[in-house]
Design a protein around this ligand. Structure first.
Ligand SMILES: [Zn+2]
Ligand SMILES: [Zn+2]
Length: 426
């Protein structure tokens, strides 16, 4: 996790710059594909995902190392070819995991976040899951294990394979000639993120499009069918933590409320979106039927809220950069610290994205987060060893916690007043 933290210290600013560059390119071209709050929501989802991964908060049921140890028939030499095989094997596994994520109710919860944006841009690529605790799908790496690809090689290639899926989340690149036949292009992936009936559940490939052609899930982007992005049951929130557990919440509720005992058990492995008939009738959920007249989720936001949301995400990025750059030394202070730090990051994201939603409980979350922050500073006389850099930093961080509480309170009161006026006019 220390190595991944170091990689992210380089990768995160690079991704952020590319996301912003795409937004500027959109302004310059007069074809804007980015909305500010949606972009902040996407970036925030990325923050929660990398924090969870760096803290190592998921457990592989069967580790790849075990699989390779037990099952390798041949042991290929550690050459360039090994890396190529690992890459293709990961892509094959990726296709199937992705397909199962889409097709089954239970697994969809882990992937809903990636499709939750109703825009399609580079930032969307950063919407990645935090809800997977047990990773079940190492089994799809069986081909790599049989060929004896070393664990180290998989560990190096896996992040590269993931990062290589970033670039094609864009509407600014049209069809790419012969490449369309081999790799996943922006055009292919636009189809994947679209909810038009023709495009739903198509193009699961991650790097190579050949798997979709092989296994019958390929769909070309059609000139007369402009993709409409999102999910058919819109999430209606900017809060990535809520989105991550939304579908699971619905499944638990449905399984609990249905009178049919058979449905209580089978709901989990039914096709995505399936609900027991009795609860579906009694508690309907909003579903988009006419995609071409869909209203994108948006919240009324003043310029000051846009600016403040950027202040909050920038602070959070600074906080995680400090964590990722100092995991070993923070861990050396106390083994629990990194988890407290992780909790603090999650609370931060929860609070400011709730404020973007104009949710009044944002102030409650903000108070919890800032109290935790101030308690840490008072208790330890430091902020996770930051005093070693400069003794004034902890005072600056403490001042930020106070300011953050006051400003959030101001926004919540302002929003309450505005909403009241709207109600009176109505
Ligand atoms: Zn998907
Ligand atoms: Zn995608």
């Amino acid at each position: 996790m220390e190595t991944y933290g170091k990689i992210l210290l380089i990768a995160m600013p690079a991704f952020l710059l590319l996301v912003l560059a795409e937004a500027w390119y959109g302004v310059w071209k007069g074809k804007q594909t980015v909305r500010n709050l949606d972009m902040i929501s996407s970036l925030s989802s990325g923050i929660t995902n990398v924090t969870k991964d760096v803290l190592g908060l998921s457990i592989a049921i069967i580790g790849y190392g075990w699989l390779a140890d037990k099952l390798a028939i041949v042991h290929i030499e550690n050459t360039i070819l090994t890396y190529v095989i690992a890459f293709v094997a990961l892509d094959f596994a990726g296709y199937w995991v992705h397909r199962l994520d889409h097709e089954y109710n239970f697994f969809w919860n882990a992937h809903i976040i990636h499709h939750s944006s109703e825009d399609f841009n580079l930032a969307c690529a950063l919407r990645q899951s935090i809800s997977v605790v047990f990773r079940l799908f190492t089994i799809f790496l069986l081909p790599a294990a049989l060929l004896g690809v070393p664990t180290m090689v998989i560990a190096v290639v896996a992040p590269l394979h993931l990062f290589a899926q970033f670039w094609y989340h864009t509407q600014h690149i049209n069809k790419m000639g012969f490449l369309e036949k081999i790799i996943v292009t922006p055009s292919h992936h636009r189809v994947h993120h679209a909810i038009n009936p023709e495009y739903l559940d198509k193009n699961y490939g991650q790097i190579f499009i050949i798997w979709d052609k092989l296994f019958g899930t390929y769909q070309e982007e059609l000139p007369d069918k402009k993709p409409v992005y999102g999910i058919t049951r819109p999430v209606q929130t900017w809060n990535p933590i809520k989105i991550n557990f939304m579908h699971l919440g619905l499944l638990i509720k449905d399984a609990w409320l249905t009178k049919n005992w058979n449905d209580k058990f089978r709901i989990w492995m039914m096709p995505t979106g399936w609900r027991p008939a009795d609860v579906a009738e009694k508690y309907p959920v909003h579903k988009i039927n006419d995609v071409y007249n869909m209203q994108k989720y948006d919240t009324k936001a003043s310029t000051s809220l846009h600016v403040w949301s950027w202040v909050q995400i920038t602070m959070t990025l600074l906080f995680i950069s400090y964590l990722f750059g100092n995991i070993a030394s923070i861990n050396a202070l106390n083994a629990y610290y990194i988890y407290i730090y992780g909790l603090f990051i999650f609370l931060s994201v929860y609070a400011y994205t709730d404020l973007m939603d104009r949710n009044k409980y944002a102030i409650v979350w903000e108070i919890i987060k800032n109290s935790l922050g101030i308690a840490i500073i008072l208790q330890t006389g430091d902020w996770f060893g930051v005093a070693a850099l400069s003794p004034v930093l902890k005072y600056m961080i403490g001042a930020y916690f106070l300011l953050s509480t006051i400003v959030t309170l101001w926004f919540v009161m302002k929003h309450a007043k505005e909403d009241q006026q709207v109600m009176m006019v109505a």
